[in-house]
Design a protein around this ligand. Structure first.
Ligand SMILES: Cc1ncc(COP(=O)(O)O)c(C=O)c1O
Length: 425
């Protein structure tokens, strides 16, 4: 028997006696809100909770409009559609992200152009974006990945120079701020996910944010089978009819959110700013500890990230500095010490098992040129590959909801692995 938990030693944390903070978080207010919806019989379709949440989220994010939808995949797709992006267009996407960022581009018949990321933030590399621009490029989708922010100053500068749209994939960044501006308020449209793993959740759900009335109206129609947005009550009273453009519908489908989701999101949004503050405080403290350790590097935090939000907590691993221990062994050993999942980053999209557009010829083989263009394997993403294969260590954001003692314990667990590394060789 060794000292490390992986070899039968005592784990750094006994999660039976001392569990990690739970996720998702809910209380009596959530129960009450859900029952209110249940008893009202208004379970969906532009209900009062949905309207209230959209208003709250717009105000929180510092934008004029928020339009909620079924999830954070369709929000990307609808954002692209609202901007008129489709066949013949190219959209620049980071190679290291959840497959939805690129899959949504495929689903509007445009071509995702995968570019590499920065080694120290894992977010899209502006220099690579610039290199990837062609006359067909219509938009950039930066992703604010995990606990990092895409360099929005650089992205906006490129977008302005080349007349491109910017959709911020903020699925990981509710409440994060760049230069005092919230994620989702900087580009043309922001897209958020409320899937269970996210730090604001209703199990599933999503929302789109924008300052443009024209785009907000299009997004509203697109998520609701193409119906134009409803008029405010007073306009209806004045005889204006229920829709602003009767007879002027657009083709779309049902991507609506339910009142149950909106009820949970309203309650969750009341809690999230304080949770974000705790996570950010703890992450700064833990990052300082990690930077003292051999073989471990914290993620680069740009001074322009005035508030950080964490979908997960990640850091960079250097095998040489850690006495030659392969990263997958390190992750396994850390998971055993802490009693939580410790994972690699997303798979690079040029070799991602869930980003496989060529498995659907009946839908995507529009012509041979398009078919070749959407083949993910044509892109070279050496930095993404290095991050995924050699460097990334990622854990659920709930570990940041504890206190400083928990952060000390995480650092001690890493030190314990380092001190006993020969047990794993
Ligand atoms: C970066 C990113 N974009 C988009 C999505 C899609 O969100 P959803 O799961 O709500 O469809 C996710 C989900 O994990 C994500 O991580």
């Amino acid at each position: 028997m060794g000292k490390l938990a992986m070899n039968g030693g005592t784990p750094s944390r006994d999660v039976k006696k001392n569990p990690w903070p739970a996720w998702p978080v809910w209380d009596r207010n959530d129960e009450k809100a859900l029952l209110e919806v249940l008893h009202s019989g208004v379970w969906s379709y532009n209900g009062p909770k949905e309207k209230e949440f959209d208003r709250m989220f717009a105000e929180f994010t510092g934008v004029k409009y928020a339009v909620s939808a079924a999830n954070g995949t369709v929000t990307l797709q609808l954002a692209l559609e609202a901007l008129g992006i489709g066949y013949g267009d190219e959209v620049i996407v980071p190679g290291l992200t959840w497959q939805a960022t690129a899959a949504s581009v495929i689903d509007v018949n445009a071509v995702p152009v995968l570019v590499d990321v920065l080694e120290d933030t894992w977010c899209i590399d502006p220099a690579e974006v610039e290199k990837a621009i062609t006359p067909r490029t219509k938009a950039i989708i930066p992703v604010h990945l995990y606990g990092s922010f895409a360099d929005m100053d650089a992205i906006l500068k490129i977008a302005q120079k080349h007349n491109l749209y910017v959709i911020e994939d903020s699925a990981h960044k509710h409440g994060g701020e760049w230069n005092g501006k919230k994620a989702g308020s900087i580009g043309d449209i922001g897209s958020f996910s409320f899937q269970l793993s996210k730090h604001l959740t209703a199990g599933e759900g999503g929302v789109m944010t924008t300052n443009s009335k024209e785009l907000a109206d299009k997004l509203d129609a697109l998520r609701n089978c193409g119906r134009r947005p409803e008029k405010e009550e007073e306009d209806v009273d004045k005889g204006a009819g229920h829709y602003s453009d009767e007879g002027n519908f657009i083709q779309s489908g049902n991507y609506r959110i339910t009142e149950f989701q909106a009820a949970l999101l309203i309650e969750g949004l009341k809690r999230m700013p304080e949770q974000n503050r705790i996570r950010d405080d703890n992450a700064r403290y833990l990052n300082a500890l990690l930077d003292e350790m051999p073989g471990i590097l914290s993620m680069h935090r740009d001074p322009r990230e005035t508030k950080e939000a964490y979908f997960n907590f990640s850091f960079r691993y250097d095998r040489e500095g850690f006495k030659g221990l392969p990263v997958d062994k390190f992750r396994e050993a850390l998971a055993a010490e802490l009693g939580v999942d410790v994972e690699a980053s997303y798979e690079p999209l040029n070799q991602c098992s869930l980003y496989v557009p060529l498995t659907k010829p009946s839908r995507y083989r529009i012509n041979e040129e398009h078919w070749r263009a959407i083949d993910p394997s044509r892109f070279s993403l050496p930095v993404c590959e290095r991050i995924f294969n050699e460097q990334s260590v990622c854990t659920h954001h709930k570990i940041l909801l504890g206190d400083k003692k928990d952060m000390d314990m995480i650092a001690e667990a890493i030190r314990k692995i380092y001190d006993n590394v020969e047990e794993l060789m």
